[in-house]
Ligand binder design. Sequence first.
Ligand code: RAM
Length: 338
Amino acid sequence: MASCGGTTKGSEEAQGDGGGGTAREADPNAEIKEGLQIAFLPKEIDNPYEVLVDEGGIDAVEELKGEGKEVGPSDASASSQVSYINTLIQQRQDAIVIAANDPNAVAPALKDAMSKGIAVVTYDSDAAPDARQIFVNQADSEEIGRSQVKLMSDQIGGEGKIAILSATPNATNQNTWIKFMKDELTKPEYSKIELVKIAYGDDDDQKSFQEAQGLLQSIPDLKGIISPTTVGISAAARYISSSPYKGKVKLTGLGTPNQMRQFVKDGTVTEFALWNPIELGYLAGYAAASLASGKISGKEGEKFEAGKLGEYEIGKDGEIILGPPTNFNADNIDDFDF
Ligand code: RAM
């Protein structure tokens, strides 16, 4: 009896407790249910970026009179999230919102959650598309990847060796962006730029610091590093700022203005990018609550209200895009506080 035989379509009807409704038709006029339990499962809990994202998510759930919480591993390795998903299923959460450390490692557990009527939303870093109903993406992945190359090229005068300092080797988001960076580099305007190495700091501050040091010491004519991770870029900036490479080797990527401000002011970093992480979590919170209330099902073209962010529409493959990224430099960095 424990399993309720429960993977067939419609079995979640019987639960009647606000489960995700993977098989239900969406009713755009449905009310958001009160008391929804929505859990945010970031890549790792002590990453300052993920903390901001989940603050935004929990705020959204509280606005909707639900109970939001953040749980997660202390490292971003591929399978570190599986046991957390299983616990959330046992707790019969109404929705799980997850930034996947690996698109496939988490897929069986997420499918299990959906089969039990739990709404599954990915944010920041996607899982396999059949293991979630909605992916809340921070910005268009292609735009993020291509614009990183443009930022670097502008800073090194379109010429020279560059390296990438990424997060973990399995991270869906970083790998997607890197794929678009590589494609962008094949354009004629970048023919004098050579990507010589991709290093992985695993979104661990110390490892990222050491990897940055290793890149600079092992490639003497390196002109720049792109680090598309807030952990990587801040660790690399810390290393470069007190090294002989300061001002000589360019560093760009994705960072939070608050972590990067001092390195922009001291001349280590000229320009980098990001979106508003608090808004990303907030949007994911609204998407999860709408899904768990049966207002949306994850189909292309469905629309929902995301509180102070306004109305959003679900795109192809269940993807929702927060908005375009912002570039930060000495002129505007003090206008942002996150
Ligand atoms: C790190 C994480 C996260 C990514 C940001 C830009 O905090 O890898 O997934 O979106 O950087």
